[in-house]
Structures are given as C-alpha cells and as structure tokens.
Design a protein around this ligand. Structure first.
Ligand SMILES: *[C@@H]1O[C@H](CO)[C@@H](O)[C@H](O)[C@H]1NC(C)=O
Ligand SMILES: *[C@@H]1O[C@H](CO)[C@@H](O)[C@H](O)[C@H]1NC(C)=O
Length: 209
C-alpha cells in the first residue's frame, strides 16, 4: 500500500515535470486536437472524454471551460436518463397489476435517485458558472461533492436493481443506461478536480518559444 502510493506519487511528479516539455514538442509536430486528447488522457474514460468535448470546446480550452463542458454533458445525459426512467416507471404502472408493486420499488428508487442527480449536477454547473476568487476553494469543494453524489446515486440505483426481482430485461437496460451516464459524470468529476488543482501557484514560464 505504502509503496504503491509512493510510486503513484513519483509517477505523478514525473509526469508533472515532463509534460510541459512533452507538450511543447507535440503541439509543434501534431494537430491541435492532440492537445485536447492530452487533456483527456488522465480522465477515467479518455476516449469518451475526447468524443464528448471535441464538439464542445476548442482544443486550447482552459480548465474552467473543460470542466463546464464536461459537467454540461453529464447534466444533459442525466436529465435524459431521468425522463427515460420516469416513463419506464409509468409504463410499468400501466402494465402491472397491484401484485407487482414490490417489483417496482427498485425502479421508483432509481427515479428518485436520478432526479436528485439532475439537481446535484445542475447545482454543480451553476457553481462553475459563478466562481469567484475569494470563495474558489469552497465552491470547488461543493462542486466536487455534488458531482460525487450524482455518481453515488447511480451506484445506489444499480445496487437496488441488482437486489430486486424486477423484470430482467428492464433491469439490464436501466443498468446499461445508468452506467453509461455515470461514465460522463466520472469524467466531469475529473475535470472539476483538475480545475481545483489549476489554481495552485505555478512558476511562470517564459522560456518556451
Ligand atoms: C437548473 O438551474 C437553473 C438555474 O438555477 C434553473 O433555471 C433550471 O430550471 C434548472 N434546471 C433543472 C432541470 O433543474
Ligand atoms: C450488479 O450486478 C452486475 C451483474 O449483473 C455486476 O456486474 C455489478 O457489479 C453489480 N453492481 C453493483 C453496484 O453491485
């Protein structure tokens, strides 16, 4: 554990040290898109990150723009998921008899959990739109907490479905959609943490070019 942690720390340190050098070579040689690719490289789901953000931001986007775009994408998907879940629950209410009530509990829990995620991610996005110098750390900590809660809600929904004896086909489909949306939210959380770190004082570099 201790050794593993130290190695991770060492690698992070080396990456931190090397990456500015690496970037100044690669941007000269390669397409500007590679800059966005490198911003996504450390995200939980790099390919999804690049695919999501390449339509939303310029390759030279700053940490704030990246975080806003990533949260926006996660919020939009969560909102769509929330509507889908409400409609699925409604259709189960129409089809099912009273005897099936127990089978709907997990799904109605998911509706509540994902509706909460919509609120959490909207709060996150609103927070990122009104960041201020004096309260930056506090606001970033809020944003991080709310985005994490959205991920936790998704996990709770999947856990509930795993334990329930609801219709298998519905469970599989809902779990697939919740998992997919959580991938967007995990990437968003990564950019929130990255934005928080970006305000740490760094030495000013005039040596490039
Ligand atoms: C998100 O927040 C904004 C600003 O508070 C609000 O106007 C909007 O209705 C909210 N959207 C949802 C889906 O909650
Ligand atoms: C739910 O069950 C699936 C298998 O059906 C499993 O892969 C997954 O890890 C479980 N999820 C949780 C959160 O327990």
């Amino acid at each position: 554990m201790q050794i593993h942690f130290s190695i991770k720390l060492l690698v992070s340190f080396l990456l931190l040290f090397i990456s500015p050098l690496f970037l100044s070579f690669s941007t000269a040689a390669n397409r500007p898109q590679d800059l966005l690719r490198s911003s996504c490289a450390q995200a939980r789901y790099p390919a999804l990150c690049f695919q999501t953000l390449s339509n939303q931001v310029s390759p030279t986007a700053k940490p704030l723009e990246l975080a806003q775009a990533a949260v926006k994408a996660s919020f939009a998907r969560t909102l769509t998921l929330s509507v889908y879940l409400k409609n699925t629950l409604k259709s189960q209410l129409t089809v099912g008899s009273k005897g099936n009530n127990r089978k709907r509990v997990a799904l109605s829990d998911c509706v509540a959990q994902i509706s909460d995620s919509v609120l959490e991610l909207n709060r996150t996005l609103n927070e990122l739109r009104k960041l201020q110098m004096g309260t930056f750390e506090w606001q970033m900590s809020n944003a991080q907490t709310w985005a994490s809660t959205a991920i936790t809600n998704g996990n709770a929904c999947i856990n509930g479905l795993n334990r329930s004896d609801a219709e298998e086909k519905m469970k599989v489909e809902v779990k697939r959609r919740v998992t997919e949306v959580s991938m967007f939210t995990s990437n968003a959380l990564y950019f929130i943490i990255r934005l928080g770190d970006s305000r740490n004082p760094k030495p000013h570099s005039n040596s490039n070019n």
